[in-house]
Design a protein around this ligand. Structure first.
Ligand SMILES: [Zn+2]
Length: 237
């Protein structure tokens, strides 16, 4: 059951109130995508993951919270152009604008994720060119985040899976293959090893489509390895 409820929220930049949809509760069924995109029903709550103030155009996960240098970024012509860029779906523009603010604040991993979310919105609208643009931005930010010592995922293995998938789906096959090979030389869990091997096969086929983990490695393999991982986790706990 998913509940998205309207809520009046006061913008921290212009003090105007607006109705924003917030997530009440949700659940997920099935396997996530290779880049970690959640399955339904969580998948379809993406419009709640970023808020846009209709008065001043402030975009953030929570517009009630002010941020450092927010007004400075918003005054920039680049922000204003992105906010109303007709080459992207409106929701993708909100994520990309939120990313510009997060980037300026040094939250590089968050900014990278906002660009990944923007790409998912473009995928849903079948806007391949816009999705590719969002993924290229995400790659730069995720790599900058890693260089700055910021974690791109609570689980570093999943951070690596995310970057591999973003590289592949943006058509950066050589970089995706090299990164995949580098990661496979590290000690990894069997599930992650299998997912990276599946990525290698997709990279070889120059396939830029999105896949769920079940589609990529097979439903039975996924559930067996997941179960094995859970048992090992319980044993180590
Ligand atoms: Zn505002």
């Amino acid at each position: 059951m998913t509940r998205m409820v309207p809520k009046l929220i006061k913008c921290a930049v212009c003090d105007q109130q607006s109705e924003q949809m917030v997530l009440g509760s949700t659940s997920s069924f099935g396997a996530p995508d290779l880049d970690g995109r959640p399955p339904s029903l969580m998948r379809y709550t993406i419009s709640c993951w970023v808020q846009r103030c209709p008065s001043c155009g402030y975009c953030a996960p929570q517009i009630a919270e002010p941020g450092v240098k927010t007004t400075e970024v918003m005054a920039d012509a680049f922000y204003q152009t992105q906010l109303h860029n007709h080459s992207f779906p409106v929701l993708a523009n909100s994520f990309l604008c939120a990313a510009l603010i997060q980037q300026q604040q040094g939250q590089l991993a968050d900014a990278g994720w906002s660009c990944v979310h923007a790409a998912w919105v473009c995928d849903d609208e079948r806007n391949t060119i816009a999705a590719q643009h969002c993924r290229h931005k995400a790659i730069a930010l995720l790599q900058q985040a890693t260089d700055a010592g910021q974690q791109t995922h609570a689980d570093p293995e999943h951070g690596a899976l995310l970057l591999t998938d973003v590289l592949r789906r943006s058509g950066e096959f050589a970089a995706a293959a090299a990164y995949c090979q580098h990661m496979l030389a590290q000690p990894l869990s069997p599930l992650v090893q299998r997912m990276l091997a599946a990525q290698q096969a997709l990279i070889t086929r120059r396939d830029t489509s999105g896949y769920t983990i079940e589609e990529a490695i097979g439903e039975t393999t996924y559930h067996t390895l997941l179960e094995q991982q859970k048992k090992e986790g319980e044993r180590d706990a």
